[in-house]
Design a protein. Structure first.
Length: 283
């Protein structure tokens, strides 16, 4: 069974930190988390220094996801954006990420690319339903989860978001994701509306309501994604580190062990390969 599916069936709300590169994915595993997520905004920021405005290509996105997946064996939910196009593009996206080993892929109903400076909009329900049906048909095994995401809660209203969540669940998606829910009552209504697992995007400090894990557990929500929690801390740490370089001549932070870098990068494993197979040592 897909390990992510098993984790979603547990009694606790699953916490999925967001990885933005291969090293952060490995550190998530080292910290003991059982799964993680990969989000489009974080990849656009760290890989390209671009905002999440729909201009990174599928190839750029796929390659970045692939590097992350190589660094950790944990089950991962990948943000599939809008599928990078129509039903044909969705089909390619599903097939690519399934081959790469993603445990789940989420697809959103936002108009893509967004019109900057204008309120967010969602595509018609029928169009999104067709794309989700294509996603379900494209996978070679039902073990990879397809997640239907609706952004209608903040683009239109909560009633429209609930209607779309129910429609997506009826199509056969394995889980739903509805960002921008205004309050806990909205999450209770969502829980009453669908029987499939629910993923929640939690971004404290953003305009979106940020429930606690205790809140979500009390409602029966299966998983919470924290797509920006590491990225915001990395930006803050780099900013602080750049100032410290000027002040300390580049000395590492107090208490930092340089050997920890080698442990994270598994340098000893690569040295063992060199020692075992390098024919030059016999020359």
């Amino acid at each position: 069974m897909n390990p992510l599916r098993s984790l979603l069936s547990g009694d606790e709300t699953l916490i999925l930190p967001g990885a933005h590169d291969a090293l952060s994915a490995r550190m998530i595993a080292e910290a003991g988390f059982p799964a993680y997520g990969i989000g489009g905004a974080a990849l656009s920021a760290t890989q390209l220094a671009l905002p999440d405005i729909g201009i990174q290509s599928f190839g750029e996105y796929r390659d970045a996801v692939g590097r992350i997946l190589e660094a950790s064996q944990l089950p991962v939910m990948v943000d599939g954006e809008n599928g990078f196009g129509d039903a044909k593009a969705v089909t390619r996206t599903v097939r690519s990420f399934e081959r790469m080993g993603a445990a789940a892929v989420a697809f959103e109903d936002l108009v893509f690319p967004p019109q900057l400076g204008a309120p967010p909009r969602v595509i018609p329900t029928a169009e999104m339903s067709a794309k989700l049906s294509a996603a379900l048909a494209a996978r070679s095994s039902s073990e990879m989860l397809v997640v239907g995401r609706s952004d209608a809660a903040y683009a239109i209203d909560m009633d429209e978001a609930l209607a779309r969540a129910k429609t997506y669940a009826a199509i056969g998606v394995d889980a739903v994701l509805v960002p921008g829910v205004p309050d806990l009552d909205g999450y209770r209504r969502l829980r009453d509306a669908v029987t499939v697992p629910i993923f929640v995007v939690v971004v404290p400090g953003s305009p979106w309501f940020a429930p606690t894990i205790a809140d979500l557990k009390s409602i029966g929500i299966e998983a919470a994604l924290y797509p920006a929690a590491l990225l915001t801390r990395v930006i803050a740490a780099v900013t602080e580190g750049l100032g410290a370089i000027r002040a300390t001549n580049g000395a590492p932070p107090q208490g930092f062990d340089m050997a920890s870098v080698g442990r994270l990068l598994r340098s000893a494993d690569w040295a063992a390969i060199d020692q075992r197979f390098d024919g030059r040592s016999e020359a």
